[in-house]
Unconditional design. Structure first.
Length: 95
């Protein structure tokens, strides 16, 4: 529910906003950018890890990447440009 109101409300008031949906959370965890179990801690960790000026664009990229490559149940790892840093596949931590 938080994703549904936080992102558009903050943007409409000109406040920096990071939208944490299923794709953003899943991919960020797989890459080791965050280590969070729920949307609230994911949002907090991402706000600390990602520069403000990238928040909106990053969500757009992550959603597309999550829908086409880094799928939830059967990720297309052979097509992934981030395989070397993917913790799910034994890669090195993103940091």
């Amino acid at each position: 529910m938080r994703v549904l109101y936080s992102f558009p409300v903050r943007l409409s008031f000109g406040l920096p906003a990071i939208c944490v949906d299923t794709h953003m959370r899943r991919i960020s965890n797989r890459l080791g950018i965050i280590n969070a179990k729920d949307v609230y801690s994911s949002e907090e960790e991402l706000e600390k890890a990602i520069p403000h000026h990238l928040w909106v664009e990053l969500n757009t990229v992550m959603v597309s990447f999550g829908q086409h490559v880094c799928l939830s149940r059967q990720p297309l790892c052979s097509q992934c440009c981030l395989l070397r840093v993917c913790l799910k596949k034994g890669g090195e931590n993103f940091h």
